[in-house]
Design a binder for this molecule. Sequence first.
Ligand SMILES: [Zn+2]
Length: 84
Amino acid sequence: MESLRDAGLVQQLNVGEDCFRYDAFTAPHPHIKCQCCKQVFDLDVDVVKDLAKQAGSHSAFLITGAQVYLYGVCPDCQKASQES
Ligand SMILES: [Zn+2]
């Protein structure tokens, strides 16, 4: 996995403090983390680029990257909580 990351083919994501995962989809996109099963899902919505652009125009920063995380309960966990 290290060599893939070095080649820029995967993006290393830091979810929380010490949980790393790899994502083959390197375009900026939001992630949703399930608070029950801790799974992280990709969300194919092009808001991160706009967010970075807006952040850049509202601050003096040169924005070099952005990560957006949403938190919730995935469909499987919703189903599981309804069944129990
Ligand atoms: Zn879940």
